[in-house]
Design a protein around this ligand. Structure first.
Ligand code: EPU
Length: 420
């Protein structure tokens, strides 16, 4: 298992590039199952979760050809309609193949995703939505089986709570259903909008993605398409915090500033200087005065993303005053607190709130990554801590950040990967 060795205390300076979005790529890779024509996706990030999805697609009979970040897929003939336990257990987002398989073949069998480090994360809302479209759902031997022998029929689905992959899964099921599907209380995340763009490029008729009501008029068939995946807003946000926490001067390039408004406003509130020289770049500079503690609550887009909560908490350990951070999306997303505490952070968890006492001098320690974003926060803390920090189990960070250590080292961080 690899680990990172970090020697903190260097302000990061220079330019850092953002890659394609993992959470946009995952549903878009599933969407290629909807057509027997060639689909090319550009800017596919080279991270573990994507490798897992590619493995699943191969298992289902999809052929592909890769040239750097560009992959052309050909799902002419599917050889299986099952997402097996061995693959789903390593990545919950595998359940995104349910919608497309059901739409294309009328049958899908997907291993039930188990719990996860950040919460129970059921997929009951996805299943209820498929039922609304006429699918018959059963569960046996740890698998969900969905069938629609007569095809899916459009319907109105109101999600009880906002779900990102639930919205995406349903959109993909509905594009080939007969008639109109209306999704109410839909997720508005940029990744949902990007998926709609790809689907429409393939001939689907999706309207309203990016708002809370999405209308989909089913079509008989989809065709091939070429599509570039949007920039990863969480990676960009993580780099902004890296610049801020080290008191550096970083230009974060190839991102979408408009997807990061909530994060940028919060950082500005805390006294960090963030500007957008171009719509595709953000510059972060240390504040003139001390960082200020500012409360934050995670919300669905366009609110502050839960995927940036852990990184923001690392920053708040360095701010003047006390901040209250509320996690409203997942019930157990404070696994990084204990590890940050080992480095000297003073954080108290009360249910879904963490109270962070700022101005904590962090000192390097051996810490353990528990999930993707928690590991990012430990790396950020390591960048500002005195002495050596060792982050164990970096496979968590490899799930969603492409060569993060190389990118950070290129802007001055003293970080190296050690393989055991
Ligand atoms: N929920 C249910 N039932 C469902 C679906 C969701 O109760 O059927 C609950 C979840 O347990 C959670 C809340 O609803 O408490 C919101 O979950 P959502 O479905 O929106 O999350 P997701 O689609 O599973 C995606 C991202 C996550 C990100 C969340 C929230 C992908 C592949 N994953 O997950 O990304 O945190 O939305 O924005 O898009 C990450 O990248 O580190 C990550 C965890």
């Amino acid at each position: 298992m690899d680990r990172f060795l970090i020697r903190g205390g260097v302000p990061l300076k220079g330019k850092i590039q953002v890659g394609g979005s993992k959470n946009a790529a995952l549903p878009e890779l599933a969407a290629i199952l909807l057509t027997d024509k060639k689909v090319t996706l550009d800017r596919v990030p080279d991270v573990w979760d994507i490798s897992t999805m590619l493995k699943l697609l191969r298992h289902l009979g999809v052929e592909s050809e890769r040239k750097g970040g560009k992959i052309t897929f050909f799902a002419a003939k599917l050889t299986s309609d099952e997402a097996p336990y061995e693959i789903v257990k390593t990545m919950r987002a595998s359940s995104l193949v349910l919608g497309p398989l059901l739409a294309r073949t009328g049958r899908a069998r997907v291993s039930i995703p188990g719990g996860c480090a950040i919460g129970a994360r059921p997929i009951d809302l996805h299943l209820k939505a498929f039922e609304k479209l006429g699918a018959i759902i059963s569960q046996e031997h740890g698998y969900i089986e969905a069938r629609a022998p007569q095809g899916l029929k459009g319907a109105t689905v109101h999600f009880d709570r906002i779900t990102v992959t639930g919205t995406e899964d349903l959109m993909m099921a509905a594009v080939l259903a007969s008639g109109e599907t209306v999704i109410e209380n839909a997720a508005r995340e940029p990744e949902v909008q990007d998926l709609a763009l790809l689907l429409n490029n393939m001939g689907a008729r999706v309207q309203g993605a990016g708002t809370s009501v999405i209308r989909i008029r089913g079509v008989g068939k989809l065709h091939g398409a070429k599509h570039e995946i949007i920039a990863d807003r969480i990676q960009a946000g993580t780099f902004l915090v890296a610049g801020a926490i080290t008191g550096g001067d970083l230009l974060v390039e190839n991102c979408r500033a408009d997807h990061l408004s909530a994060v940028v406003f919060k950082l500005q509130d805390a006294g960090v200087e963030v500007t957008s020289p171009k719509p595709t770049s953000l510059r972060v500079r240390a504040s003139q005065g001390p960082l200020q503690a500012v409360d934050m609550s995670t919300e669905e887009y366009p609110g502050f993303p839960t995927d940036m909560q852990a990184q923001y908490m690392a920053l708040m350990t360095q701010a003047s005053g006390i901040s209250v951070i509320a996690e409203n999306i997942f019930e157990n997303r404070f696994m990084h607190v204990q590890e940050l505490a080992r480095m000297g952070a003073q954080i108290q968890v009360q249910g879904r709130r963490a109270i962070v006492r700022g101005d904590a001098p962090l000192s390097g320690a051996a810490v353990m990554a528990s999930d993707l974003r928690a590991s990012a926060s430990l790396v950020l803390a390591g960048l500002v801590a005195k002495g050596e920090t060792i982050v164990e189990r970096v496979y968590h960070i490899d799930r969603g950040y492409e060569s993060i250590e190389t990118k950070l080292a290129d802007v001055g961080a003293r970080i190296e990967r050690q393989s055991e």
